[in-house]
Ligand binder design. Structure first.
Ligand code: IMP
Ligand code: MG
Length: 188
């Protein structure tokens, strides 16, 4: 018998873009790609919170390498669904990453500003290597050039929520990723 959770409708979504089962499959295959790339090397994972929390939790369980985890919090420079200004670090790293293989994780690559700032900051600390993995990539929205080494899904230019992604801190707990109804994209 299907559980009520899996058949739940999401009345605030215009549509589901990526189903929970598709996310699970893709996260598993990203884990395999990453393990192949790193071999037996230990990995220092840096997650950009809050958005990457759910993705990080699931991806790490698909990786068998020795892993150290750190988080970095970047100011939300967004005003509702649009970006403005420059991202700033509001919670710094705590682990020493010099000479470590760093894997930087984020929920979505959009304008490229956040990952560009965070990558520069990490490179200054002289890691042995830096690779970037994002669950989602909105390629058409770049304002600064940036490519991730691993991309879960390329998506169209729509504002999405769920699986860690929020609108005004809501919807992070949806197990799928969906397009928020335009009438819900208002701050109140
Ligand atoms: P960027 O700096 O413009 O690349 O954006 C990165 C951050 O903006 C992500 O870490 C998200 O927190 C947020 N963001 C970008 N697009 C979306 C979206 O469609 N839904 C929710 N958050 C988004
Ligand atoms: Mg984010």
């Amino acid at each position: 018998m299907p559980s009520p959770r899996r058949t739940r409708a999401y009345p605030e979504l215009e549509r589901v873009l990526i189903a929970e089962s598709a996310i699970r499959r893709r996260v598993r295959s990203l884990g395999r790609e990453i393990m192949t790339a790193y071999g037996d090397e230990p990995i220092t994972v840096i997650a950009i919170i809050n958005g990457a929390i759910l993705f990080t939790a699931d991806l790490l369980r698909e990786i068998d390498n020795p892993v150290r985890l750190d988080c970095i919090r970047i100011s939300s420079y967004r005003n509702n669904t649009k970006s403005s200004g420059r991202p700033r670090v509001i919670q710094a790293l705590t682990l020493d990453i010099k000479d470590r293989h760093v894997l930087l994780l984020d929920d979505i690559l959009d304008t490229g500003r956040t990952l560009s700032v965070v990558s520069k900051l990490i490179r200054k600390k002289r890691p042995a290597s830096l690779r970037v993995c994002v669950l989602l990539d909105k390629k058409g929205r770049r304002e600064v050039p940036f490519d991730a080494d691993y991309v879960g899904f390329s998506i169209p230019n729509k504002f999405v929520v769920g699986y860690g992604l929020d609108f005004a801190e809501r919807y992070r707990n949806l197990p799928c990723i969906g397009v928020l109804k335009p009438e819900r994209q208002v701050l109140g």
